[in-house]
Design a protein around this ligand. Sequence first.
Ligand code: NA7
Length: 547
Amino acid sequence: MSSQPLASSQASSGRAPELDAVIVGAGFSGLYMLYRMREVLGLNARVFETGDGVGGTWYWNRYPGARCDSESFYYSFTFSPELDQEWEWTSKYPEQPEILRYLDYVADRFELKRDIQLSTRVIEASFDEENDCWRVFTDDGKSITARYLISAVGCLSAANVPDIKGIDDFEGEWYHTGSWPHEGVDFSGKRVGLIGTGSTGIQAAPRIAAEADHLTVFQRTANFSIPARNAPLSAEDWADIRKNYPEIRRVLKSSMAGFPYTLTERSAKDVDDEERTAIYEELWDHGGFKFLWGSFFDIMLDLDANATAADFIRGKIRRTVKDPKVADMLVPTDHPYGSKRPPIDTDYFETYNRDNVKLVDIRKAPIAEITKNGLRTEDSEYELDIIVFATGFDAMTGSLLRMNIRGKGGRTLEDKWAAGPRTYLGLQVEGFPNLFTITGPGSPSVLVNMPIAIEQHVEWISDCIEHMRENGMRRIEANLDAEDAWVDHVNEVASMTLFPRANSWYMGSNIPGKTRVFMPYPGGLVLYGERCQDAVSKGYEGFTLQP
Ligand code: NA7
């Protein structure tokens, strides 16, 4: 389909915007959104991207060991059968450079780059109520108007560097994993301190340990992790995958979390110890997210059921780590398995058997300051040449808020979300017409295999814009009552799960001062997709559309 862009055909009243849409971010979301806007709707869109290349999260996260935690043939675009046949992943869990090459290939393959303005950060956006459009300001001193503002900034892109006293005095080098130098970091012969044992720290530790003279890991919270069992993909594997792609895609989209795994209908408490252990052993040997999404239905619903999985993993940690005192420190005790984003690893626990690795418990003796020569906790000093912050992100809201978005009456998104993010379906915010948030808070997003969540959102948004165009509408806004009801629903579903029992970035509790509220929608992809479709089939119920 190709037709006249909205912006140039707009003459009814007010001034026509320069663009149909500004899309912010050129990762998975921004690339596909641009494709849909241009190639499917024939509209005039521009992407602004801070990085000097496409790739989003995969552009920034270049730390050693950075790789995808979902299998490559599940973690990729599904919209183009031709692309499926052309691209071949080398392994089950490809490393960051390969994923970045894929996204760059997609951008070239669909000639997207001509509408992507790199090295440009959106610093402000204001809704123009008279003309029903957004004015978007960028850090090159320019501004542009667009009917729609579509956030494709991702859920995990605002890096969290903790405010630790003395960091400016440190005479060594320090890096955050989410903005890693392109030229890499040479760890050879260096004493390295790694702060953080989330998914990132768990991926990075084995790689840094193998390169550095010495690695000290500063752990605040011990974490559960499942082995990835990465393996190269052979020509035979590929022949099979290619043949089965349509079926793989169908299953992914009709699953709970965008993976081809099904939770059994049995409770973990209804099987005897022997059978349950055999099931967990099989999942452990398989590796990856299947342990969470392919086991018992009540793992994330019932503490006792969860404890069976958690105890199994604790046993594995104890059997892997040779020093019982270190194993004790590594065994998670303060949250249910899966209530923090579960990491997937390659030799993480084994790393603590190396002579050049030390684990420090900073819950017991917190970091007091960074000194000229390293780091001081409340009971010891550590000399370091390099400090790596694997301390995560201001997740889900950070990147959105950094854009200084002002809606109706000049109200800022920051003000609207002062007590936590509020959206209708994670797609729109009351008071902010014509703003769409791809994988925004209140949508399944980070609880789902991301490309699948992204495609569902992008397709919903582009269908909505098409509907607006066909019906001569130029403003769409979520209704307050629909938004309130959705926020209540998200909270209600979250309270039925074990997710709120952890201090996680899902809850905003990793950022000092951030409101503690569960941000993603935990009802699963299918239920969520039905809610989105239901709104459409009832004439965009919960939204107000205006000509
Ligand atoms: P995460 O999962 O937020 O992990 C951050 C880690 O850093 C975690 O162990 C935190 O401990 C620790 N942390 C955070 N702030 C501090 C301070 N101030 N002092 C000490 N330790 C701290 O981020 P990741 O980058 O690992 O993963 C983010 C997502 O990216 C991941 O889930 C995937 O979806 C991809 P805590 O647990 O809060 O006690």
